[in-house]
Write a protein that binds this ligand. Structure first.
Ligand SMILES: NC(=O)c1ccc[n+]([C@@H]2O[C@H](COP(=O)([O-])OP(=O)(O)OC[C@H]3O[C@@H](n4cnc5c(N)ncnc54)[C@H](O)[C@@H]3O)[C@@H](O)[C@H]2O)c1
Ligand SMILES: [Zn+2]
Length: 360
């Protein structure tokens, strides 16, 4: 019940341990290193038991959480590799969520000017998004992914059984990116996701949905690896989403990335009806589904200006204009669309109204 996305080709495989043994077969075991964080180690390291090529002394365990995704932790990893005799022929296996995959990819892409790395993503967000597509990075002075490289993993090994220990909030976070992939590329896949029972997930069935979702991300990444044009499709929901995420953090009530993106998609569905003729009934159907799944979101009236200001400073904007990826219909995108403050305010009101009607 596993899937390998080796070199970004997604292919079904049969056994996690066999797949990993095959992927590591060409390496000297002394040169195989595993990077994981405490949480992933606790829940997932068992999967490495019995794999001869993996030596316990070569496992690097870092702190968990995004606050540890920084240069100090990266230095620890480089020092570990260096002091354990890693050469240019070393392999780094990143086991965990998007945090160790991003940081490990960054360390691997810079250690001795670049060593090989494999991602084994263990959160849903990392499986469908963070481990795929070649963006690596660390945060700097509170700025997310401020330092990083473009460097694709040599292979990505995906097994949805890891997800059985993940809490609901993290599952929902990853699911938002899956909904996004369907929205920007495949209306039928969207219907499948909307019919899937995320309250009581069937993890075997989820594995196929994950593979389909990865294929969509790969489509955009392969055609535009460095995000000059159509890769921007993947930013759907993210202009509002990043603002919600940042505002929530400033107000001391952090919100997981995917949840923020889910609410961002509701706002950007509305903008799509206003600015590129997305059918309002279709937008409403999807937006209501999102609010049903994620619950209502409350925006204080005085928060609107703060959110617009955050969007203006989003690092994806190159001018004063606030840029969006919008949907003329489900499965199709328009990139580089801009919206005025009044339209953004309307979109926030749309989210608030839907949330209020959900509460009643
Ligand atoms: N490179 C990209 O393209 C890209 C895309 C999206 C997100 N990201 C990055 O990904 C990171 C977020 O990823 P994330 O949501 O996976 O967070 P994460 O890696 O911090 O994992 C969330 C938590 O889940 C725990 N965990 C991991 N696997 C588990 C499992 N199977 N069971 C139980 N607990 C488990 C971890 O220990 C951690 O505490 C951010 O740093 C973000 O910037 C990168
Ligand atoms: Zn995202």
């Amino acid at each position: 019940m596993q899937t390998i996305a080796a070199n970004c080709n997604v292919a079904a495989a049969s056994n996690f341990k066999e797949d990993l043994a095959r992927l590591t077969a060409g390496y000297d075991p002394a040169q195989i290193f595993v990077l994981t964080d405490r949480g992933s180690f606790k829940h997932c390291a068992r999967a490495l038991d019995g794999i001869e090529a993996i030596r316990p002394r070569n496992i690097i365990t870092i702190e968990q959480g995004d606050t540890a995704k920084n240069i100090e932790t990266a230095t620890q990893v480089w020092q570990f590799l260096s002091s354990h005799g890693a050469t240019r022929k070393a392999l780094l296996v990143n086991l965990g969520g998007g945090m160790p995959c991003d940081l490990g990819g960054f360390c691997a892409s810079t250690f001795k000017r670049g060593i090989s790395f494999i991602n084994i993503p263990t959160t849903l967000l990392a499986q469908v998004d963070a481990s795929i597509g070649g963006k690596t990075g660390i945060n700097l002075d509170g700025l997310k992914n401020e330092i990083g490289t473009f460097r694709k993993a040599d292979a990505v090994l995906i097994d949805s059984t890891f997800l059985t220990t993940l809490d609901k909030e993290n599952l929902l976070s990853g699911y938002a990116e899956m909904l996004k992939h369907a929205l920007i590329h495949d209306a039928k896949a969207l219907d499948t996701l909307m019919a899937f029972d995320m309250e009581h997930p069937d993890f075997a069935a989820l594995q196929q949905l994950v593979a389909d979702s990865i294929a969509i991300k790969n489509h955009f990444v392969t055609n535009d690896p460095e995000e000059h044009n159509i890769r921007k499709a993947l930013n759907f929901g993210h202009t509002f989403g990043h603002a919600f995420e940042t505002a929530a953090m400033h107000h001391g009530r952090p919100m997981l990335h995917g949840r923020a993106v889910a609410y961002g998609m509701v706002c950007e569905l509305y903008l799509s009806t206003r600015l590129c003729a997305l059918d309002a009934a279709e937008a409403g159907r999807i937006a209501r589904y999102i609010i049903d799944l994620y619950g209502p979101m409350s925006i204080r009236p005085n928060e609107t200006d703060e959110l617009i200001e955050l969007m203006r400073h989003d690092k994806k904007n190159t001018s004063d204009a606030i840029v969006f990826t919008l949907l003329p219909e489900t499965g199709r995108i328009e990139i580089n669309r801009t919206a005025a403050a009044a339209e953004i305010t309307e979109a926030l009101d749309y989210l608030t109204n839907l949330s209020n009607s959900h509460k009643q």
